[in-house]
Design a protein. Sequence first.
Length: 373
Amino acid sequence: MTAPVTIVGAGLGGLTLARVLHVHGIPATVYEAEPSAEARTQGGQLDIHENNGQPALEAAGLTEEFRAIIHVGGAASRVLDQHGKVLLDEPDDGDGGRPEVLRGDLRRILLDSLPAGTVQWGRKLTGVRSLGGTRHELTFADDSTVTTELLVGADGAWSKVRPLLSDAQPWYSGYTFVETYLHDADERHPATAEAVGAGAMYALAPGKGICAHREAGGILHTYVELHRPADWVAAIDFTDAAAAKARVAAEFDGWAPELTALITEAGSAPVPRMIHALPDAHRWDRVPGVTLIGDAAHLMPPSGEGANLAMFDGAELGKAIAANPGDLEAALATHEAAMFARSAAEAADAHEILEACLGDRAPFSLIDFFTGG
Ligand SMILES: Cc1cc2nc3c(=O)[nH]c(=O)nc-3n(C[C@H](O)[C@H](O)[C@H](O)COP(=O)(O)OP(=O)(O)OC[C@H]3O[C@@H](n4cnc5c(N)ncnc54)[C@H](O)[C@@H]3O)c2cc1C
C-alpha cells in the first residue's frame, strides 16, 4: 500500500496507531481539530495496564520512553469514608503492574516519535461521504477536502466518522464528574494532602464521592463524582467559580473538611464532565475502507481502561494493517472482531466499577472490589 492511512483524531488511540504504522514503515496522516499540541492541558494521571496499555507502547517501540515518565509511588490507593476515616490503604508495591503517568507526558512521547508533519493540527472534520468502494471524502472546517483509501475514526466520543458505520449516539449515563485542582497542597492544604496520601484516594457514599489523585509537584487532582440528572448539572453556572464550588460542596454537607476542601479550596473553576456512553455491545457491519478505534468505537463510563483500550486498539489495528498489506479489508475485519469482543467485556466491567464506587453499598463495595471480597 502506498497512500497514507488517514486517521482522524490525535488522542492516545490515533497517535498510537500512527506510531505503530510508522514502526512498520507505513505512512499515516492524522487530522486533529485542536490548533496545536499545547492548545488544551491534557490533565490527569492514567495508570497504564500490563494487559493493554503497556503492550501497546511496546508495539510502538516506546517502552523506554514510557518508563522515564512514570510517577513513582503514584499507584498507591486508599478508600475513606465521608468522615475521613481510612478504611483501606494499599501502598504502591512498585511491581510495575499499573504505573501512573501524566496523560500529557504520554501524548508527548507519542508525538515526538512521529515524523514531522504526520499530525495536521487545526483540521476539524465536519463531514465525510463515501465515494464508492473503499474511498471516502473528508471535509474540514476550513472547507478543505481530502480523499482517503483507508480511514480510521479515532475522534473520540462525538466521532464524525462513526455515522459511516453506525447510527449509535452516546447517552448520558446519569453520572457527572466535576473536576477540580488544588496546587501546592502539601504547603497550603496539609490536612487534605495527608488525607489523599501518595496516590489515589476514594471517599465514597451511595450516589456521591470525592476521588482525588496526587500528581507530581504537590498537585491534587479531583473528580467529584455525582449520580444526578442532566438538569441538575444544567442548573449550575460553572462559569461562576465561587457559586459552582459552593453548590457542588453543598452535596457533601457534613463530610470531613479536609475532603470538602478539595472542592471549596480549588484554585480554578470546577469543570463538569457529564459521563456519556455508547451501547455496551456497540458494533457494526463491515463497511469497506473505514473503521473506528477508542472512544469513537466504544465510549464507556470511566473505569481506568478507556485510554488503555484506545492505545491497545491503535496498536492492534496497526499490526493488523502491517500483517495484511495486500488485503486491508481482512485487516479491518480482524481488528473489529477482536475489538468488539474486548470492548463489550470492558463496558460490562465499567458499569460494575461505577456501581462499586457509587452504588448502595459504597464505600464497602469498592473495598470488596479491591480486595476480591
Ligand atoms: C472523567 C474521566 C476520567 C477518565 N479517567 C481515565 C483513566 O484514569 N484511565 C483511562 O485509561 N481512561 C480514562 N478515561 C477515559 C479516556 O480519557 C478515554 O477513553 C480516552 O481518552 C480515549 O482516547 P481516544 O484516543 O479514543 O479519544 P480522545 O482522547 O477523546 O481523543 C480524540 C481526539 O480527536 C480529536 N477530535 C475530535 N473531534 C474531531 C474532529 N471532528 N476533527 C478532528 N479531530 C477531532 C480530539 O480533539 C482529540 O484530540 C477517563 C475519561 C473521563 C471522562
